[in-house]
Design a protein. Structure first.
Length: 75
């Protein structure tokens, strides 16, 4: 099944960005400001996922092509 994993990571990053904006608008008590960092880390992880996913998929495709070539050569 083909999926667009980069789009999923982007949607997650956008969701965390929206949460961050909402929290900034609403305002938080000082003891709950750590939620801002949770949102910031969520955005960072989403951006990392958008960068890393294409490289991961390309590496897996390359490995599968190498395995298929070995099977063709051995068979």
């Amino acid at each position: 099944m083909q999926t667009n994993d980069v789009r999923v990571a982007a949607a997650g990053a956008v969701a965390w960005a929206v949460a961050l904006v909402v929290l900034l608008i609403v305002g938080l008590p000082s003891q709950d400001r750590w939620w801002l960092w949770v949102c910031a880390v969520g955005i960072g992880i989403g951006l990392f996922g958008m960068w890393y996913t294409p490289r991961l998929q390309a590496g897996r495709a390359r490995q599968e092509a190498e395995r298929a070539a070995k099977r063709e050569g051995a068979g």
